[in-house]
Design a protein around this ligand. Structure first.
Ligand SMILES: [Zn+2]
Length: 122
């Protein structure tokens, strides 16, 4: 077995051990490329000379609003992605899961009235 294969096996074993440790906690961040282990990301590297380096943008975002079976509260699942500048792999930098505030049960009509006005009031 070559050293690269041994390294992959060791990495997979570490992942299995981490998964046994407990439930996932969101947001979940990934600090390195899952393919080569590089810490260098496209957006960070491309904007290194920027004066405002506090807010590094993210290259992509995929999201899904879903109502889990048996639940009343919809949730948003979001994956923020960037690209490894070493090997070109597109990968998730942050995984987010959060509840979506449900819309109010009574929506205002386009004219601003709720339809719930008491009789005799305007
Ligand atoms: Zn990489």
């Amino acid at each position: 077995m070559n050293s690269r294969q041994e390294e992959r096996d060791r990495h997979r074993q570490l992942i299995k051990e981490r998964e046994k440790a407990g439930p996932l906690v969101f947001p979940k961040e990934f600090n390195e490329c899952p393919n080569c282990g590089s810490l260098r990301r496209f957006c960070v590297e491309a904007l290194k000379d920027s004066k405002d380096d506090k807010s590094i943008p993210i290259l992509g975002s995929m999201e899904l609003d879903v109502l889990p079976p048996g639940k009343l509260q919809p949730i948003k699942l979001q994956a923020l992605t960037d690209v490894c500048v070493n090997c070109g792999t597109v990968y998730a930098v942050v995984l987010v899961k959060r509840e979506i505030k449900a819309p109010p049960l009574v929506q205002p009509a386009p004219n601003g009235h709720t339809g719930l006005e008491l009789p005799g009031r305007q």
